[in-house]
Design a protein around this ligand. Structure first.
Ligand code: UD1
Length: 367
């Protein structure tokens, strides 16, 4: 059996790594890793392969940036040719990025079995490009691996046959559990580099178009971060999209108490979020990682496709209300912290469950 894994953007790498590792342990399955090149900067891509102990991509499509149609189309054109030549038995796609969508469409047209890891998540907000990618991918997938019960419920409601759905837990947490001890060793170095104390700083990541492509919203967020940074140091690794947008706002003033840094590696980010007082973010994966770590997470979005992080975890949805953001940070500084609990099956064995499911069902899939 030959499986092709498709990765393209930063959040894909930590999801594919544990799945490939677990399938490798099963023996007898050939695996090919294709990187679409959606993310291409060394600190958005290369660094993750070495830190995650992942094999280098067998093929890199070198697609790069562009509009949604351009990026999705370019990846489809290149994958169509490669799939025709390699004739995989199954393709694995991860999460909800444009690369995920492109590969799913090509598989459907070429009648190649498609497995979606992190299936069933829904924000119910179709203005998010990722929501469109999730809906289309799930409607085309033959095997759907969900991270939590809400994923199963969403899929069933959309008419997906229950036999295709497998709740396996969160593969991203597999990677976190594996690498947390190594990350913790970096604390002396990282705390010295940024002059920060345990639980004495706020981490920030922002890259959603709804926040950073809207100059008014981005300005209001920066204004709030300036205020917050006067009370507690703010460490902000800036995504390339966000850096461009900040540079495009004339006269924007960023306080010296906000440390703006380049995007950092997985292990560095892991230790820095694990020791933070709170994390302000619009990322999906960070909502999950903070829930696992028990670190308060303030999500600058009006909805989340990961509701379990709000109902069981440490996540609070801030929406677009920047006064609420400031007051929630104040709450946390004064020790008013919600403990939260870790969702079912977020235990480090999700990749293994996926590999076992694939092996058990090999004959069915290949029929
Ligand atoms: C993409 C995903 C998003 C995911 C995010 C993680 C889609 C629709 N969006 O958003 O779901 O949360 O990745 O980071 O797939 N750029 C660089 N260097 C890079 C990559 C991007 O400079 O290595 C810049 C380019 O100017 C590019 C912009 O960032 O135009 C946006 O990149 P893109 O891949 O289109 O989307 P992201 O915002 O990164």
């Amino acid at each position: 059996m030959h499986i092709i894994h498709i990765v393209g953007a930063r959040p894909n790498f930590m999801k594919a790594a544990p799945v490939m590792r677990a399938i490798n342990d099963m023996k007898g399955i050939e695996q090919t890793l294709i990187h679409t090149g959606q993310h291409y900067d060394a600190n958005m891509s290369d660094i993750f392969f070495s830190q995650l102990g992942m094999k280098r991509p067998d093929i890199n499509l070198g697609t790069g940036s562009g509009s949604h149609a351009f990026q999705t189309g370019q990846i489809m054109i290149k994958l169509e040719k490669i799939f025709s030549e390699l004739k995989p038995d199954m393709v694995f796609v991860y999460g909800d990025v444009n690369s995920t969508l492109s590969a799913s469409l090509v598989c459907a047209k070429q009648h190649i079995k498609l497995a979606h890891v992190e299936a069933g998540l829904r924000s119910f907000d179709r203005t998010m490009p990722e929501e469109i990618n999730r809906i289309v991918t799930d409607s085309l997938a033959d095997v759907l691996f969900t991270p939590s019960q809400d994923g199963n419920e969403n899929l069933i409601r959309e008419g997906v046959s229950p036999g295709k759905i497998h709740m396996v837990g969160n593969v991203m947490i597999d990677t976190l559990i594996r690498l947390l001890p190594e990350a913790k060793l970096l604390w002396p170095q990282e705390s010295g580099k940024y002059q920060i104390q345990r639980k004495g700083y706020v981490m920030v990541t922002l890259h959603r178009p709804s926040n950073v492509d809207d100059p008014d919203m981005l300005g209001r967020i920066i204004y709030a971060l300036n205020n917050i940074s006067r009370k507690i140091p703010v460490l902000f690794p800036v995504h390339p999209r966000t850096r461009k947008r900040i540079a495009g706002i004339p006269g924007i003033r960023i306080s010296d108490t906000i440390k703006l840094i380049e995007p950092i590696g997985y292990i560095e980010f892991l230790v820095l979020q694990s020791e933070a007082s709170s994390v302000i973010t619009d990322s999906g994966g960070i909502q999950e990682e903070t829930t696992f770590l028990g670190v308060p997470c303030l999500t600058v979005r009006e909805n989340t496709e990961r509701p379990v992080t709000v109902t069981s975890g440490t996540n609070i949805l801030i929406g677009r209300d920047m006064e609420k953001l400031e007051s929630e940070v104040d709450n946390i500084i004064t020790g008013n912290v919600r403990k939260g609990s870790i969702p079912q099956l977020w235990d480090g064995f999700s990749g293994k469950r996926i590999a076992e499911t694939i092996c058990l069902s090999l004959n069915n899939f290949l029929e």
